[in-house]
Ligand binder design. Structure first.
Ligand code: GAP
Length: 443
């Protein structure tokens, strides 16, 4: 299993999905940059999420708020006081660790057995606004996208004509000064979240909690995550985040163990109540039918973008023996079997030969047509089998090959990534055939 992680990390770097950040300067502790293919993969995930949970629903609206908020918001939310992990130091090698990461009472770095007493280490990432670096100018990068959705609640209510139940959604960066980032893009100090704060009447919270759990399960199926690797863990009293009355962690069997992928929390009216008290603004909702005023309660489904990418890559990675070695290539192939909708490249256009100008011209014409509709690559370098393998390795859904016959019959060969089946398709129905196959529900 560890091996799978190494293979995915190496493929991610080799093919331009994800690189270590600032690499030419020796990197920067667990920061990563998404390369040309990684950004497409990540954008496909974020765009589908937005389409599904914001644009296709009439009860959810989106925002895109500032990353740095008034510090009073973090006092009110409890983050300045409570958003911390217990930090200990190994007395032998001085490694700083989260207390819960000590295994069998031993330091994971040097196996030392003595540690300092745990102290609460706040995870908020601090900086200063303006030229003077003093307490008055201290601000924090948001550790979750959630708070701006509470702080903006009144503005949204006043402008969007929503009535309860309704949700506010946001996709964006969050920052945490994690004590021990690690496991590639699993735990970083700068990462992205997709979150919804769904406002309900207190007595209806359970119904909507279950409804959102169902939505999250469906999302995971569509992302191609195996059911058997998922665990829905009800977090017991005393272990939940400071704001939560019920939390279900959706955990996944990563190669490095069962750990959190997404979360679903019932935040009660904790946040709105605290912001109302701290700001002095009335954040209550008025029921349009009864005129009753009350503070809505909140169900919060939250998705990590980077963990979605990681899980999608782990699930997609396959090494398999191809039934027939295609020309110029070995029988073994590495193939990223992404669900078609997240694949960074949908179609590759490949002229069979590059030394016949009519074939190349035709291929470029086909590429010109297809790239108007699909994420496409053009590749004319190397034996055709090798080019197929290159495309398989990045998960390209279809390869279109233009050969000598194309010049006569105006048809091309369409190869399916997963089955490797090849079929002859007339050029004038090529785009519609690809469109149909890409969005066929069975893929
Ligand atoms: N607003 C609720 C909240 O922030 P969380 O469980 O702390 O809850 C939500 O974070 C999600 O964000 C997690 O389920 C995970 O997918 C992602 N996440 C949290 N910390 C992360 C980190 N250091 N690196 C990458 N993703 C992280």
């Amino acid at each position: 299993m560890e091996d799978l992680m190494q293979k995915v990390i190496s493929l991610a770097k080799r093919r331009g999905f994800i690189f270590p950040g600032s690499e030419i300067y020796g990197g920067l502790a667990n920061s990563f940059d998404y390369g040309p293919l990684g950004v497409e993969l990540k954008n496909n995930i974020k765009q589908e999420w937005w389409k599904r949970f914001v644009q296709k629903r009439s009860d959810v609206v989106g925002i895109d708020a500032a990353l740095i908020m008034n510090t009073k918001a973090w006092e009110a939310s409890g983050h300045l006081e409570n958003f911390s992990d217990p930090l200990v130091e190994c007395k032998k090698c001085h490694a700083r660790l989260r207390e819960d990461q000590i295994q069998d009472s031993k330091c994971p770095s040097c196996k030392g057995k003595e540690f300092t007493k745990p102290k609460n280490f706040n995870l908020m990432l601090k900086t200063f606004l303006g030229p003077v670096e003093d307490a008055a100018n201290t601000v924090y990068f948001r550790p979750e996208t959630a708070q701006s959705m509470f702080v903006d609640f009144k503005n949204i209510l006043d402008t969007s004509r929503q009535s309860i139940p309704f949700g506010i959604a946001q996709v964006g960066k969050a920052f945490r000064n994690e004590i021990t980032p690690g496991n590639f893009i699993f735990r970083m100090r700068e990462f992205e979240q997709m979150e919804i704060e769904y406002f309900v009447k207190e007595e209806e919270w359970e119904k909507y909690f279950d409804e959102w759990l169902g939505e999250m399960k469906q999302w995971l199926r569509d992302l191609g995550v195996s059911e058997k690797k998922l665990h829905y863990v009800d977090i017991p009293d005393g272990e939940r985040a400071h704001y939560s009355k019920r939390t279900v962690d959706i955990e996944y069997d990563y190669p490095f163990g069962q750990k959190e992928l997404y979360g679903l929390a019932y935040r009660g009216d904790f946040d709105l109540k605290n912001h109302m008290e701290a700001s002095g603004q009335d954040l209550q909702y008025t029921d349009p039918k009864t005129n009753e005023k009350f503070l809505p309660h909140v169900i919060e489904p939250t998705w990590g973008v980077d963990r979605s990418v990681l899980v999608a890559m782990l699930e997609a990675y396959h090494e398999e023996e191809a039934p027939t070695a295609e020309e110029g290539e070995s029988a073994m192939r590495v193939v990223m079997k992404f669900p078609f909708w997240i694949a960074p490249v949908k179609v590759a256009v490949l002229p069979l030969v590059k030394n016949k100008s009519e074939v190349v011209l035709k291929a470029k014409e086909v590429f010109g047509l297809l790239k108007e509709r699909f994420a496409c690559q053009y590749d004319e370098t190397g034996a055709i089998g090798r080019r197929y393998r290159r495309q398989d390795e990045i998960g390209t859904c279809f390869c279109v090959t233009i050969d000598f016959d194309t010049l006569d019959d105006n048809a091309v060969t369409l190869r399916n990534r997963d089955t490797m089946a090849q079929e002859r398709v007339p050029l004038d129905s090529l785009a519609s055939t690809i469109q149909e196959r890409l969005y066929d529900k069975n893929n």
